[in-house]
Design a protein around this ligand. Structure first.
Ligand code: NDP
Length: 592
């Protein structure tokens, strides 16, 4: 392997895609394009505006809000309301019902509260309908349907210092109050469209993958054939994780399928299989899911683990790095040597993934174009056993744009390199806003003590204790990974853990008759200092081909330094926060 040549190739492929407009290249879905956000799944029910008070309000009914509310109920706090913009629980799994959707991290660690609900995932990588149903199961089991506002979006969240409570305003004219608010608004939920000239001029049918139009395509999320596409010419724009999962189903259904690619995904083996109930009965003994979570995290991020319970593509890379590092004599295991072992493993892994393309895809040009030339964690790794195969279908056409993206959309089709591909339908697999501000993505500003907005407070970067508490924003909690464990390969692990921390803190406040919880400024600063002393960001290198992991290749400035996790890594963070909770001292928080 000529490593220098590979490094040069990676950089050349990155350079082809660098552009100065970064996140600005995408179009905000609003105004004339707002119909792309309409809910195709549930009719909106009319209701009277709320003007009441709750002990806790959770914003978001996806994994984060659901699990936080469940943990609060478990702790005996009954008065919990969820606000959710979708028509049911599920968050990303409510919206993403595209054909073929399934989790990419093993169900046993990805699906939250399996032990509490007694659910056995039916497959190693469960499909979307099962995950949506699991969200509903959590909702039912913990009584969360009793107090939920669906199809409701918060538009303003304001701290009332006099009454020590939050005032919540929504797009349904609700104005109510809550002592505590838990924000589980999710990282990737605002669909974005590519800024392709002419996008709004297309006269055929079009939709975003997160609002799948089964009325048009026929079929259903459970996998019924999409009869509506028979004989139709269908374009898919984008080849990220969503596209990789829906292209095989579309290839089966469409008359002709045109997949427009700017950057290929790396597509490793999936190896999904049904769960054997006998095996599961042996696994699912008391405390099993936490053991699996800890094991996956340790394997994935360099913690200590005797065995690898999950054994998949996520843990494979880590296993390889460890094996390589072990070949070094103990005195030679310097950071530089381990980083080199990491790079070597990565080269080997990506070579295997590229060789797989050659082995599967019959047409040599198509195979060449489907090869990813970057390190595996530069972009979201994908895993699938039917995606590459779909290109052997004579009606599936990969239209590679050589890193430039689609040139133009016309009334009748999609243009690349001057050639128009006439289509009946365009499906945008173009992803979700990531690099935009919290307030823009959440849809509301958080106005804390003395009228300070969260946007202003975070103007120079995120500031929290544990990724949960913000000074100046009493009784408000975030449920998300950054500045906590920052475990990217299994976001639910972060969420389940944060939910536990929040429930313990709220219970302590209520039991002790405290009106407010707030992180002190010194404690928040000490946490930031600790984060800044760490090795920096794991993902998002500027050497990578642009994508949302590295802010589309545009330098974010010093803010990026704060988008990190606990310096000693996720396993160490979970151990740390466990003892923080168990000590009962709530170090860093003030209860008053
Ligand atoms: P992504 O943002 O990953 O992909 C968007 C795609 O659109 C990219 O291929 C991008 O190309 C392409 N694109 C953007 N602009 C243009 C253009 N002008 N012309 C042509 N192509 C263009 O979105 P996804 O919805 O695929 O995935 C988002 C995230 O959601 C994933 O990374 C993952 O975290 C999560 N997800 C998880 C799944 C799971 O767990 N099972 C399944 C699906 C998604 P380029 O790469 O060049 O920018």
């Amino acid at each position: 392997m000529d490593k220098d040549a590979l490094r040069r190739k990676y950089l050349a492929e990155r350079d082809k895609r660098l552009r100065t407009d970064g996140n600005e290249q995408y179009v905000r879905v609003a105004g004339q394009l707002a119909h792309y956000l309409d809910d195709p799944y549930t009719a909106r029910a009319e209701r009277e505006p709320k003007t009441d008070h709750r002990t806790v309000v959770c914003i978001g009914g996806g994994f984060a809000g659901l699990v936080a509310a469940a943990r609060l109920r478990e702790a005996g706090i009954a008065d919990v309301r969820i606000i959710e913009k979708g028509g049911d629980f599920g968050g990303t799994w409510y919206w993403n019902r595209y054909p073929g959707a399934q989790c990419d991290t093993a169900s046993f660690v990805y699906m939250p509260l399996l032990e509490e609900t007694g659910h056995m995932p039916t497959e190693k990588y469960a499909h979307a309908p099962e995950i949506l149903e699991h969200c509903q199961r959590i909702g039912k089991q913990f009584g969360l349907y009793d107090d939920v506002l669906f199809h409701t979006e918060v538009v303003d969240l304001r701290w009332d210092s006099g009454k020590s409570q939050w005032i919540i305003r929504t797009n349904r004219d609700d104005v109510f109050t809550a002592q505590f608010v838990v924000m589980g608004t999710g990282p990737l939920h605002v669909p974005k469209l590519p800024g392709i000239p002419g996008l709004e001029s297309f006269r055929g049918h079009s939709f975003h993958t997160s609002r799948w139009d089964y009325d048009y395509t026929g079929g259903d999320p459970a996998g019924a054939p999409m009869d509506g596409l028979a004989g139709k010419r269908v374009a898919v724009i984008g080849t990220g994780a969503t596209s990789v999962q829906c292209v095989p189903r579309l290839a089966r259904a469409a008359g002709d399928l045109y997949v427009f690619q700017r950057t290929p995904s790396s597509v490793d083996v999936r190896d999904n299989h049904p769960t054997d109930p006998e095996w599961f009965a042996q696994v699912a003994t008391a405390g099993w899911q936490q053991r699996w979570l800890d094991n996956f995290t340790a394997n994935q991020t360099g913690g200590h683990a005797e065995e690898d319970l999950v054994m998949d593509g996520w843990t494979d890379l880590a296993r390889r790095v460890r094996a390589k590092a072990r070949t070094l004599a103990p005195q030679d295991r310097t950071t530089a040597a381990v980083m080199k072992a990491f790079e070597d493993s990565d080269f080997e892994k990506m070579d295997e993934i590229r060789a797989r393309v050659d082995a599967v895809v019959e047409d040599a040009d198509t195979a060449q174009n489907l090869k990813a030339w970057y390190r595996q964690l530069c972009k979201r790794p994908c895993f699938h056993d039917e995606y590459l195969q779909a290109y052997n279908n004579p009606h599936t056409h990969l239209i590679d744009t050589d890193g430039k993206g689609v040139e133009r959309i016309t009334e009748t089709g999609v243009v690349v390199a001057g050639r128009e591909y006439e289509v009946d339908c365009i499906i945008y697999a173009s992803g979700f806003e990531v690099g935009t501000s919290y307030a823009r993505r959440a849809g509301y500003e958080v106005i804390g003590r003395d009228g300070v907005t969260l946007s202003d407070y975070w103007a120079d970067g995120m500031r929290t204790l544990h990724g949960i508490h913000m000074h100046g924003f009493p009784n408000a909690f975030m449920v998300q990974p950054t500045q906590g464990a920052n475990l990217i390969s299994n976001i639910p692990h972060n969420i389940v853990d944060s939910a536990r921390t929040i429930a313990v803190a709220v219970k302590h406040a209520l039991d002790g008759g405290f009106g407010e919880i707030e992180v002190t400024r010194p404690a928040e600063q000490a946490w930031i200092d600790l984060l800044l002393a760490g090795p920096g960001r794991v993902l998002g290198s500027p050497d990578c081909t642009p994508g949302y992991y590295n802010n589309e290749g545009v330098d974010e400035g010093p803010q990026a330094r704060l988008r990190v996790g606990y310096p000693a890594g996720p396993t160490a963070y979970f151990e740390y926060i466990d003892s923080w909770r168990e000590s009962g001292d709530f170090a860093g928080l003030e209860f008053r």
